[in-house]
Design a binder for this molecule. Sequence first.
Ligand SMILES: [Cu+2]
Length: 157
Amino acid sequence: MRRLLLPAFCLLAAAAPAGTLVVDHAFARAALAGRTGVVYLEVTDHGAPDRLKGASSEIAEAVELHESVSEGGVARMRPVASAEISQGHRLVLAPGGMHLMLIGLKRALRPGDHFDIILDFAHAGALPVSVEVLKAGALPPGAQPGMGEMPGMKMTP
Ligand SMILES: [Cu+2]
């Protein structure tokens, strides 16, 4: 009986609308109060195509979706309106690419802290995510040291 129940449960779980977007490896880098912070994460879309429109958090005055670009050999970042994610694909916010910028931190981000950020999707709506604070310069799991750390990038204090 137990062997029959388990697959049935898995099918139900896979069909739940709330589980169609899965967020992994959400982390921020340590930062000072009043300054900017950065959040990286991965979203996997198990359902219909969607679009990340932005985010909000009580920890910052504002949260902006940014991308890093190289202009004339100098790394800069600029706001982007949204980021598409298609079914079965991952949206990766990582050093050197897209990220969420925390503007005007209301308190310091210290390694080991956690805080909530609410991702805003065009179709799925609000998706709360717990973000872990890692040390300054922290990289996503599996990333090579130096990856995405373009010269001139001023991301963290
Ligand atoms: Cu930025």
